[in-house]
Design a binder for this molecule. Structure first.
Ligand code: FMN
Length: 345
């Protein structure tokens, strides 16, 4: 697959779907505006693969009922020149809508330790969702293995005290993610790209991995057939904040991957200098989250000499002019210092 450029829109939850997970016009406009702005690789928000994995109100769902909307969305994004991807997500213990079926590694407060049959159902749900994404015309999927959700709960030693095949050493803790990745790869065509997003290092929440483990996992996922690995970082060109090394995470992971697997990374990329640093560290495709909110045209704006982004807090009026809907605006108010009237910085 050839992408039009190296700029990716990072997956961003916008809570604009209907209560049954159906795509809304506001969510469509949010994505289409950023495709018009020149993003080559464009990801939806974390979209739920099944009801029991849904983690928040307004989350996009990859359901049969959503196929007409998803099909029209993919076609529109492609017409604007983007390669559209869906981020496939299961909340694990962060899921909220299926009491009694909130799964994680072990029993806990309101949470059930997943049985082998539960985990088989999870893998199947990802397969069905990925097939739907391919049928809808998307370029590929990204399996959300980062940021504390189901796969991270299995990967992080703190969260996974299991002693069966899905726990213990890294091979056990990575089994669910790898089984899912292989099953999704096998169920989709070779023209359809499959990637995985991981939290390769710990940033203080003890929900990431240590870099040595992330390297091994990266290699395993390459063996499992991924086309790209996406690193969720706070600084895309930085070293692990809590480990004793100065080498950028991206450099270490790039070295672990074969040349055929693209490395995507997000974390603090805003200016051309940030892009340069990330690429020098080994990132092939730079993903932007926050800067794309006020700047849908970022991929071209960032190439203009001396350009710098609008500092937050961003106004409701400016965001409305770049297709940030009311529900997304309300969600952004929960972030520190991001928008006017929101939480203070
Ligand atoms: C509003 C918002 C929603 C996000 N939603 C998701 C999501 O659905 N899936 C995900 O993997 N990361 C999500 N993230 C994290 C971003 O993809 C990205 O990794 C993070 O914002 C760091 O990049 P940045 O410094 O360019 O913002 C979200 C971030 C923001 C600000």
């Amino acid at each position: 697959m050839e992408l039009p450029n190296r700029a990716a829109l990072a997956p961003m939850t916008n809570r604009q779907s209907a209560s049954d997970g159906t795509l809304s016009d506001m969510e469509r406009r949010w994505l289409v505006r950023r495709a018009q702005g020149g993003y080559g690789l464009l990801s939806t928000c974390a979209a739920s693969v099944c009801h029991e994995g849904r983690a928040w109100q307004g989350q996009l769902g990859i359901t049969e009922a959503n196929m007409p909307g998803l099909t029209a969305l993919a076609a529109e994004l492609i017409a604007h020149g983007a390669a559209p991807f869906v981020q496939l997500h299961h909340g694990g213990r962060e899921a909220k809508f299926a009491p009694g079926l909130r799964l994680s590694t072990v029993d806990g407060e309101g949470v059930r330790g997943a049985t082998p049959a539960d985990l088989e159902r999870v893998v199947d749900a990802f397969v069905v969702a990925a097939r739907r994404c391919e049928a809808a015309g998307f370029s590929g999927v990204e399996i959300h293995g980062a940021n504390g959700y189901l796969f991270t709960q299995f990967l992080a030693p703190r969260d996974n005290p299991r002693t069966d095949a899905w726990g213990g050493d890294l091979a056990g803790r990575a089994k669910l993610l790898r089984d899912t990745t292989r099953a999704v790869r096998a169920a989709t065509s070779s023209r359809f790209a499959v990637g995985v997003r991981i939290s390769p290092v710990d940033i203080g929440s003890r929900r990431g991995l240590v870099l040595d483990d992330a390297q091994v996992l990266a290699r395993w996922l390459a063996d499992d057939g991924i086309d790209f690995l996406h690193l969720s970082l706070t600084d895309a060109s930085g070293a692990p904040p809590l480990e004793d090394t100065d080498e950028p995470v991206a450099t270490v992971i790039r070295r672990a991957l074969p040349a055929s697997v693209a490395l995507v990374a997000a974390g603090g990329i805003q200016t051309a200098a940030d892009v340069g640093r990330a690429m020098a560290a080994g990132v092939d495709i730079v993903a932007t989250g926050r800067v794309a909110i006020p700047h849908p045209d970022w991929p071209t704006e960032v190439t203009q000499p001396g350009w710098s982004p609008l500092p937050p807090p961003w106004t409701r009026q400016h965001l409305a002019s770049v297709d940030v809907g009311e529900k997304l605006f309300e969600y952004l108010q929960l972030f520190r210092g991001l928008v006017e009237g929101g939480r203070p910085a």
